[in-house]
Design a protein around this ligand. Structure first.
Ligand code: ZN
Length: 139
């Protein structure tokens, strides 16, 4: 005799999605906003460094030898790729803030448990809780 199939799904509904308190959500929002401001300041700083390197290249390149020019080009490329990665992180934080408003942020994608506020503050793009992340890394 086959066992009734409904036992497989029965009981699942009892597992309500764990919820966060409003205070906790506010804490996450504040941490994300602070991170975004920090990244924006970093981005502005990097942009001004790029502008400076660009200016240096245009003004003193006459006296430079080939190696100097090469170094400056390299530095500028480094700064540009840094600026791009900061911009990427700003986007991630902004997306996180949007998802937070919709209530879909801060839950582990694997186990569905809430990701601790401290972890979200340190890694705004975290989509896994520490336990699941460790399991993932061990594979
Ligand atoms: Zn998890």
């Amino acid at each position: 005799m086959a066992k009734p199939a409904e036992t497989r799904t029965a009981g699942r509904k009892a597992l309500a999605k764990p919820s966060r308190s409003a205070a906790e959500t506010e804490k996450i929002r504040a941490a994300l906003a602070a991170r975004r401001d920090e990244l924006r300041a970093e981005y502005d700083q990097t942009l001004s460094e790029i502008t400076e390197l660009q200016r240096d290249r245009l003004t003193d390149s006459a006296g430079d030898d080939q190696a100097d020019t090469g170094t400056k080009t390299f530095e500028r490329e480094q700064e540009i790729s840094l600026a791009n990665s900061i911009l990427e992180r700003i986007t991630q934080v902004e997306r996180a803030l949007e998802r937070l408003d919709k209530g879909s942020y801060g839950w582990c994608e694997r186990c569905g448990n809430p990701i601790p506020v401290e972890r979200l503050a340190a890694f705004p793009s975290a989509t896994l809780c520490v336990t699941c992340k460790q399991l993932e890394e061990r594979r």
